[in-house]
Structures are given as structure tokens and as C-alpha cells.
Design a protein around this ligand. Structure first.
Ligand code: GDP
Ligand code: MG
Length: 164
């Protein structure tokens, strides 16, 4: 069986966009507004002879704060149960949020390998200073990526594959 790599993160950070970029096809629906119904989507991803099953765990994301915490917890637990490696996606524009810290705690407690992606780093060159704020999550090295442009996905996949 192929190893499973799960993408987790709070709504609107760009999980589905990253999923699509890594898979190379527009398989999951990307919406400008959070809260649109989306199903969990699986696809085979290939990178330098390595094959794995990539899962976008976003699913149906709540459009208000009311159900957010429960949703995020279930999503992280699903990833912890099923995946060999977890890609935790955050957003450079919003900085580190309380939801990010909550997800980080759950993931760290699981002992599963977690690769931290800081998305929406769209400009090439030196990463923004804000990138270093993400060390505070305690996950380790934050990987700057732009899921829209595809910047940084090679380094991200390299670390993911090192855990498979
Ligand atoms: P999800 O809710 O985490 O699955 O997030 P989506 O993939 O649906 O993306 C949410 C919004 O962020 C959409 O408007 C995307 O176009 C935008 N987005 C995603 N990745 C990037 C990125 O790398 N750069 C920029 N500028 N916008 C992005
Ligand atoms: Mg999504």
C-alpha cells in the first residue's frame, strides 16, 4: 500500500490549492470564500520515484468560529490516525493564530512526523522575516511555499519523502 500524506490546517490557508499543485491537476475545489462544501479528496502523488497517497482533509469547513475548533480537531485526528506524514499548512499573511497553535499541539502530541508549510510566500528571493515567527509552533523548520506559483514545493516534498 502507498504511504498516506495528509494535508491539515485551518480554513483558507490554501490546503486545496497546495493539494492541486502537488497532484498537478485541479481535483479539489478551491474557493475564495471559506465554508463551501468540499469533500475529502485523495490522489496519488509522485515525486522522484516516490509514490504516496495525498489527502486534502479540509472537507466541509465551517464558515463561522462556532464549529471551527471541533472541525479542526477532527481533521487533525483523522490525519493522525491515517497518515504516515502530515503536512501542516499555515498562512504567512495571517501569521500564527490560536487555531494554528491548537493544531500544532494535537499534531505534536501524536508523535507523527509533521512538515510545516508556510503558504502564500509568493515573492521569490529571501523569505519574509515573518517566516521565523512560525518556529514558535514548535514543529521545526517552517518551509516557505507559494501554492499558487509552486515555489518551495520541491523542498517541502523532499522533507515529506524523508519521512516515508
Ligand atoms: P483551504 O480552505 O485551506 O483549502 O484554502 P484554499 O486552497 O481554498 O485557498 C483559499 C484562498 O487562498 C483562495 O483564494 C486561494 O486562491 C488562496 N491561496 C492559496 N494558496 C495561495 C498562495 O500560495 N498565494 C496566494 N496569494 N493565495 C493563495
Ligand atoms: Mg480546501
Amino acid at each position: 500500500a502507498k504511504p498516506i500524506v495528509a494535508i491539515v490546517g485551518r480554513p483558507n490557508v490554501g490546503k486545496s490549492t497546495l493539494f492541486n499543485k502537488l497532484v498537478g491537476q485541479r481535483l479539489s475545489i478551491v474557493e475564495d470564500t471559506p465554508g463551501v462544501t468540499r469533500d475529502r479528496i485523495y490522489a496519488t502523488c509522485e515525486w522522484q520515484d516516490r509514490q504516496f497517497l495525498l489527502v486534502d482533509t479540509g472537507g466541509i469547513e465551517p464558515d463561522s468560529d462556532a464549529g471551527l475548533l471541533g472541525h479542526i480537531r477532527r481533521q487533525a485526528e483523522l490525519a493522525i490516525e491515517t497518515a504516515q506524514c502530515i503536512i501542516f499548512v499555515t498562512d504567512i499573511r495571517g501569521g500564527v493564530t490560536a487555531s494554528d497553535e491548537d493544531i500544532a499541539r494535537l499534531l505534536m502530541r501524536s508523535g507523527k512526523p509533521v512538515v510545516l508549510a508556510v503558504n502564500k510566500c509568493d515573492s521569490l528571493g529571501e523569505p519574509p522575516m515573518e517566516l521565523y515567527d512560525f518556529y514558535a509552533l514548535g514543529i521545526g523548520e517552517p518551509h516557505p511555499v507559494s501554492s499558487v506559483h509552486g515555489h518551495g514545493t520541491g523542498d517541502l516534498l523532499e522533507e515529506v519523502c524523508s519521512h516515508l
